[in-house]
Ligand binder design. Structure first.
Ligand code: NAP
Length: 341
């Protein structure tokens, strides 16, 4: 079985077996047969780099269904498409997720890395989630606090809780969000690209206007994974001390930096795309993979690229950014198999 159609980078890799999970009953039956055995969980494959054969069954989350209560409580099964959920909830008259429009992937994958865009993070709206626990063979609930959300991070990325990539303890089955009726709040348009895009409107932007603006900006800047394989941002924006940022700003006066929300440690965030571009990687090509010409944070597969080529390009970029700025870029996607060292 070739995984190429099952990951948005379009990387080829052999997998032992694919099992589509369509119901909790099916998961329950399967769970006992997989105790202590290797298994890999996949949603829409929009945040993974497969680079070698995978000797484990791949469980694809196809759990479906979404409901909305009168008070704005939305429950969505993990196999639902994220963007469709955003637009569906807006069409029902409830907002909050608009800044997260057009992010590729499934609902179940969204909490794993606490997806975020244009000043809104998933954790801002999430109430709780349900997950299948492969060690107790039952469904458990995690409140927002239990999820340990951080910048593009959650406990589901923490190996000491979730286990290894090929023997994960939890599979997210559904997520609940608390949304607000459209018209009762002002959407967040603090990011410059967004406010610029919306300034031509002659009335205050509605959440649907914001979603449309986000879709327009993303479609202009980011390659569509259906046309050119990619996983969106390949690296997290690094967080460095304000002292290090000040020192770097002496050498690079145009260094962009943004304060961190709960800034108790006096740190700031530097756009990874800026660092990569300064190192000359924007638009470079290595074989059939490369760095997108419009966005230096997006690594792409032009068609016949391999996972090994992507890994090698990512490592070349990391080495170059460390050498020039002394900053380590941490990848956002999950490597399958995990990279050692
Ligand atoms: P951008 O607007 O060119 O800004 C570059 C970076 O600077 C962003 O990554 C953003 O950090 C940060 N930034 C910009 N304005 C900021 C502000 N007012 N306050 C705090 N931080 C600010 O970024 P872009 O690449 O076009 O992306 C726009 C948004 O979409 C960003 O939020 C980005 O994270 C999100 N996005 C996510 C993915 C993904 O795959 N995860 C892919 C593309 C874009 P933050 O990233 O922390 O917001």
């Amino acid at each position: 079985m070739n995984l190429k159609p099952f990951n948005t980078l379009g990387l080829p890799a052999r997998a032992q077996e694919l099992i589509e999970i369509k119901s909790l009953e099916q998961l329950k039956k399967l769970s006992s047969t997989l105790t202590n055995k290797p298994r890999v969980i996949l949603g829409e494959g929009s945040n993974v780099v497969v680079h070698s054969p995978i000797d484990a069954p791949i469980l694809i989350n196809r759990l479906k269904g979404k409901t909305l209560a009168a008070d704005g409580l939305v429950t969505a099964a993990a196999g639902e498409n994220w963007h469709e959920l955003v637009i569906w909830s807006l069409n029902q008259g409830f907002g909050g997720l608009e800044n997260l429009a057009l992010i590729p992937g499934s609902v179940g994958a969204a909490p794993v890395q606490n997806i975020g865009a244009y000043g809104v993070e998933l954790k801002d709206l999430l109430i709780d989630l349900s997950a299948w626990d492969f060690s107790t063979h039952s469904e458990v609930t995690f409140t927002r606090e239990d999820c340990g959300f951080g910048y593009r991070d959650s406990i589901f990325k923490n190996q000491s809780i979730q286990g290894s990539w090929d023997c994960p303890r939890y599979m997210i089955t559904s997520v609940r969000f608390g949304l607000k009726p459209v018209g009762t709040y002002e959407p967040n348009i603090s990011y410059r690209d967004l406010s610029e895009k919306l300034k031509t409107l002659d009335q205050k932007p509605t959440p649907m206007d914001v979603a449309q603006a986000v879709m327009d900006i993303r479609s202009q800047k980011l390659p569509n994974p259906k046309q050119i394989g990619n996983v969106g941002s390949f690296f997290k924006n690094p967080v460095i001390s304000s002292v290090q940022a000040k020192n770097l700003a002496v050498l690079y006066p145009d260094l962009p930096h943004y304060p961190i929300e709960s800034n108790q440690d006096d740190t700031c965030k530097i756009p990874a795309a800026w660092l990569i571009e300064k190192c000359g990687f924007k638009g470079v090509r290595r074989g059939d993979v490369g760095v997108h010409e419009k966005h230096a944070l997006v690594l792409v597969n032009y068609g016949d690229g391999t996972g090994r080529e992507i890994v090698s390009l990512a490592q070349e970029i990391q080495a170059s950014v460390v050498a020039r700025f002394g900053i380590f870029l941490e990848p956002e996607p999950v490597f399958m198999p995990a990279l050692s060292g």
